[in-house]
Design a protein. Structure first.
Length: 263
């Protein structure tokens, strides 16, 4: 996470989030937000088609994702391109930029709670979080979902780790999905009700990742609803498979019957 006004320069080929400063007849001057340096977007690099009026494509003050074509630190010059950035690249880069800004805000809140400088927070958290998760926000999101051990394992001091988790839980909305299925189980044994209850408890007791959850509700015997909450559909479906298979195997071994269905 770079700070505006530093001595770092972007790499050729990098996608940079920029703010349009001024538009001229021959191109656009824009500041690379993460470097605090101005670059130039020539009119020929705005679109693959003919550009009659630059204002039809770009407005002053707008946030635009541009590709770095050339960097000359000695001349303090950066050439940029808009036409070489795809819609998918633009969308992904803006999302990453927004997550970076949100992470910076979370670190700032933690520094205020701890009474230490933002720079100190960066020194002790940025490198381990980026090395482990690729970005700071992803690490803080995982910590909010799974707990402080996520940060402690990276060597982040406990006082900072605890406050970061507290701030992350307050300000990060954890992404979750839900998957539902209906389970039909029955048992005609004298203690069939207890055997069904045991099968359902085993299903609910299946081990799940931190942040995931299994809930069971009676629809109308012998029909029961299993709902799994998880971070994504792949994880949710895997948990659902284990839970339903556990219930069916358990009731079958107990002398009953069991099948599951979607819905």
């Amino acid at each position: 996470m770079s700070s505006p006004g530093n001595d770092e320069w972007p790499e050729v080929g990098e996608l940079a989030v920029t703010t349009v400063n001024r538009i001229t007849r021959y191109g656009v001057y824009a500041t690379l937000d993460e470097y605090g340096k101005e670059g130039f977007l020539h009119i020929s690099e705005i679109s693959t088609g003919w550009v009659r009026n630059i204002h039809d494509f770009i407005r002053e003050g707008e946030k635009v994702v541009l590709k770095v074509l050339r960097v000359d630190p000695e001349r303090k010059h950066i050439d940029l391109s808009l036409r070489r950035v795809s819609k998918g690249e633009r969308r992904e880069r803006i999302l990453l930029w927004k997550r970076s800004k949100k992470a910076e805000s979370l670190l700032r809140s933690a520094s205020q709670k701890l009474g230490i400088s933002l720079e100190e927070i960066h020194v002790k958290t940025q490198v381990p979080l980026e090395e482990a998760f690729g970005e700071i926000h992803e690490g803080l999101e995982r910590a909010a979902k799974e707990g402080v051990d996520v940060l402690l394992k990276l060597g982040i001091p406990s006082d900072i780790a605890n406050v970061l988790v507290e701030v992350a839980k307050e300000k990060i909305k954890i992404r979750t999905v839900k998957v539902k299925r209906h389970l039909r189980i029955s048992c005609t044994k004298p203690d069939g009700v207890l055997r069904i209850k045991e099968a359902l408890l085993k299903a609910k007791g299946v081990q799940v990742p931190p942040g995931a959850n299994i809930s069971l509700d009676v629809v109308s015997p012998p029909k029961y609803r299993i709902e799994v909450t998880a971070s994504d559909y792949k994880e949710a479906n895997e948990i659902m498979r284990k839970a339903t298979e556990t219930a069916v195997e358990s009731i079958t071994e107990a002398g009953g019957q069991g099948v599951f269905e979607r819905g």
